[in-house]
Design a protein around this ligand. Sequence first.
Ligand code: SF4
Length: 99
Amino acid sequence: MGMKRRDLLCRSAALGLAPLGLLQGCDEFFVPCYDPDALGVGERELRAELAYVNVSEDEARTCEGCQFYYLGGENCGECQLLDGPVTRGGYCTSWAVKV
Ligand code: SF4
């Protein structure tokens, strides 16, 4: 299986469009880097308000490419607008290109 097809399957699984079992063997990029259940109520509400998702539907607009993102680990980063970890490949409606 070529990398492009594999990445597509991994992205689909991460978005819930394909069986989660397909995430096994996927690059960490596609796997949420934190436990969403560990977030506080206020943080969950803020993420919902900003429509935060762990996997962006647009490869050109991910947390990694956002001006509010800074790397906090190999796959997990921090966001200046949110309190808690965000996934490198995530996205929210406050996305702004990194300059
Ligand atoms: S503002 Fe949104 S897109 Fe940018 S790093 Fe934070 S969560 Fe990701």
